[in-house]
Write a protein of this length. Structure first.
Length: 427
């Protein structure tokens, strides 16, 4: 329980404005932005990730400028997406060629000398093969019979965004959510990060579902199997040609030999990124619009605010896990603590004061915060949602439905909570 006694008042050292200081959060000045982003800079990502972030920001700003000028968003199949498919098919053709070479060596034999290169080529081809996504085995997976009320809600949101529901829902400990097609056919998996789900209001949850399901109805090439599996193959190639860290005559020689193919692979990855990124950015803005249609513009904008304070949720979960490890061997009280974890998490997030939320919004603009290196910056997505009149919710939850969904998730909530307290969080 956090009280007002944790707050005090002081003068800003830069401009002298009176500022409120909360014991749990950084002191900062809303008038001059003193100390608005006190955290040390994040570790610099690799060259590819930096290029992805730079491109994402540029495309995100351009699309927002189009919307501001009165442009409209709609799924498009342009020349870039066609070229992306062509490049992806070429990547898979190389895998087929490697497979053919391996089979050829084995068939010809060459007095037994072809067996070794044949086996090597087939092993390489096996590692490069397009992989179908499978259902996770390390987290709870729900089917319709396990959570009929939750699946009904997902189905209602799916109708609003113009697609169908999902076949399975995986629940993990991330502060995130995602959708993917798995197995053979068009079977769909929704992954819900329980910490994120628990800190959202009912309408924000509907907006979250609207955004994720919206990816199925807006033609994002990154979610198509041909391009997605080509990405995996290129990253596998890049892994094979990754330079050795040890400095010896042999490793230096190998690294020199690897340099050219590795640069070619990085170039292909960047090219595939460039060809698909604009479509991916458009897809995120479209999915945000669908999130607003399902849960309301207000809920969709607030959803991003919750993502901005997700670091506070991570700190709470790490603190809970550390406290559990200090207590030592498992006791009966651990079950009670696991059962109350999500209530304590939600209470901690509710206690974050408005001035701290505003600080994190401003810091996110400075840092270009985004969900990952391919998404538009969060503040641009919020700005895009605010363009035009607000949209009312098409799907509304009620207290009875929330109780029924909560009851369906009781076992899953306990399972995920116990795992966090037992194994730690963020390790």
């Amino acid at each position: 329980m956090h009280t007002a006694a944790e707050e005090s008042v002081q003068a800003c050292p830069d401009c002298g404005t009176e500022i409120r200081v909360h014991g749990r959060f950084s002191a900062w000045c809303a008038a001059c932005d003193w100390n608005v982003d006190p955290a040390p800079p994040e570790e610099r990502p690799g060259r590819l990730a930096r290029a992805q972030r730079a491109q994402a920001r540029r495309y995100g700003e351009r699309l927002l400028a189009e919307l501001t000028a009165g442009g409209t968003l709609r799924p498009r199949r342009d020349a870039s997406s066609v070229l992306a498919y062509a490049l992806a098919l070429a990547v898979h053709a190389v895998t087929v060629a490697v497979t053919g070479a391996g089979i050829g060596f084995l068939i010809r034999g060459w007095g037994g000398f072809g067996m070794v290169p044949g086996a090597l080529f087939l092993t390489l081809a096996w590692s490069l093969r397009p992989r179908l996504t499978r259902l996770p085995t390390d987290v709870p997976v729900l089917r319709r019979a396990d959570a009929p009320e939750l699946f009904t809600l997902v189905d209602q949101v799916a109708v609003v965004v113009g697609t169908r529901g999902v076949d399975a829902i995986a629940v993990d400990s991330s502060i995130n959510a995602s959708v993917v097609t798995y197995g053979i056919g068009d079977r769909r998996l929704l992954t819900l990060g329980l910490p994120l789900w628990e800190i959202l209001t009912p309408q924000q949850r509907i907006a979250l579902l609207g955004h994720e399901l919206g990816h199925y109805s807006n033609g994002d090439t990154r979610h198509r199997r041909v391009v997605a599996t080509a990405y995996r193959s290129l990253f596998t190639w890049e892994y094979f040609f990754h330079p050795y860290p040890d400095v010896t005559l042999l490793t230096v020689t190998i690294n020199v030999f690897y340099a050219l193919p590795r640069w070619i692979l990085l170039g292909l990855l960047l090219l595939l990124d460039r060809l698909t990124l604009r479509g991916a950015q458009r897809s995120e803005y479209l999915a945000d619009r669908l999130a607003a249609r399902a849960g309301s513009t207000e809920a969709a904008v607030e959803l991003f605010d919750r993502l901005l304070v997700s670091r506070s949720a991570e700190v709470t979960l790490m603190r809970e896990a550390n406290a559990s490890s200090v207590r030592g061997p498992r006791t009966r009280g651990d079950d009670d603590r696991a059962d109350g974890l999500w209530e304590r998490l939600a209470a901690d997030l509710r206690s974050v004061p408005d001035h701290e939320r505003e600080r994190q919004r401003r810091a996110s603009i400075r840092r270009g915060h985004s969900v990952d290196s391919t998404h538009p910056p969060t503040w641009l997505r919020q700005t895009a949602l605010r363009i035009g009149p607000p949209v009312p919710p098409a799907v509304v939850s009620d207290a009875g439905r929330e109780l029924r969904i909560g009851a369906e998730l009781t076992t899953v909530r306990r399972t995920v909570a116990r795992r966090i307290l037992r194994d730690g969080y963020g390790d």
